[in-house]
Design a protein around this ligand. Structure first.
Ligand SMILES: NC(=O)c1ccc[n+]([C@@H]2O[C@H](COP(=O)([O-])OP(=O)(O)OC[C@H]3O[C@@H](n4cnc5c(N)ncnc54)[C@H](OP(=O)(O)O)[C@@H]3O)[C@@H](O)[C@H]2O)c1
Length: 270
């Protein structure tokens, strides 16, 4: 391992991933998110060299700022890019409209593509290297009030599969991680944790961090977290009418959790 960029490193899965990668010998981390104080504290707590770039990844100049930092502080080397930063705002299409689709695509898809475009030359130059894209089980199966989020993750998965096929010849592995429910600041899963019947399906950021490690340095192509969530994706292809019936029924409402954004700022865009 050499230089690794982790986006969304200030909390949750990104923070756990930085802590996991920091245990590898020879790693140098670059932590990326908006909240500088959290990045600074994390960098100081890690057992490896770590720098940070405090940036809003949807900003026009964000990709160039991360690249310039890598060139100035790490000699332009890049062995691992973990595209993890992301968010969700719940709401039906009728309530939240295109504005909600746009803000999901801007962060969960466009920002990933733009950052990868800026850093791909460094990844190729540093090969063997890897990209890990953090998608979601919601990128395989859609539920009510999560359509905009699902659309952004479906897009990320489709694009990642193509990038995998293109970049292998250049020594850049592309791994895909698809978490289910994971308790974090942005996805507290409060509704599920409150009930004994659903508490067990909520996993920890550290488990996803391990999967990210397997798909980056470990060069696996794809991991669901927890692994049995792959069944939901398989059923969506093999028994689509059954899945539609279940997810349109009342029981599915138990699986639609509110997010950190809904709690803090309300889900209506604007
Ligand atoms: N937790 C789950 O249940 C779950 C399930 C499936 C997939 N995922 C995916 O896992 C990834 C990580 O989510 P998480 O659960 O760890 O949530 P989280 O704790 O809310 O972390 C999100 C991270 O993204 C950063 N971020 C958000 N907007 C940003 C922006 N505009 N520019 C730069 N950084 C930004 C946040 O940092 P700042 O606020 O400091 O910028 C934070 O570090 C996301 O892509 C999410 O879609 C999560």
């Amino acid at each position: 391992m050499g230089v690794a960029v982790v986006t969304g490193a200030s909390t949750g899965i990104g923070k756990a991933t930085a802590q996991r990668l920091a245990r590898d010998p020879g790693v140098e981390l670059v932590l990326v998110a908006r909240r500088e104080e959290l990045l600074r504290k994390l960098a100081e707590s890690l057992p490896c060299p770590a720098t940070w770039v405090a940036v809003d990844l949807t900003a026009e100049d964000a990709p160039q700022r991360v690249r310039a930092h890598l060139e100035a502080e790490h000699g332009g080397d890049l062995h691992l890019l973990v595209n993890n930063a992301g968010a969700a705002w719940r709401g039906s299409f009728a309530e939240t409209g295109y504005a909600n689709v746009h803000r999901h695509m801007e962060l969960n898809f466009d920002a990933v593509v733009r950052l990868t475009e800026a850093l791909l030359p460094l990844l190729r130059k540093s090969a063997p290297s890897a990209i890990v894209n953090v998608a979601s089980t919601a990128g395989r199966v859609s539920r009510a009030r999560t359509g905009a989020y699902s659309a952004s993750k479906f897009a990320l998965i489709g694009w990642s599969d193509s990038l995998y096929a293109e970049e292998g010849a250049h020594g850049v592995h592309v791994g895909l991680v698809l978490p289910g429910f994971v308790r974090t600041e942005g996805f507290p899963a409060t509704e599920l944790r409150e009930k004994a019947a659903t508490r067990w399906i909520v996993s920890k950021p550290e488990t996803v961090a391990e999967a990210i490690h397997r798909c980056g340095p470990g060069r696996k192509a794809e991991r669901y977290v927890p692994r049995p969530y792959a069944l939901a994706a398989a059923l969506r292809i093999l028994a689509p009418s059954l899945v539609r019936r279940v997810l349109s029924g009342g029981a599915a409402e138990n699986l639609t959790t509110s997010t950190g954004n809904d709690r803090d700022r309300g889900s209506k865009p604007g």
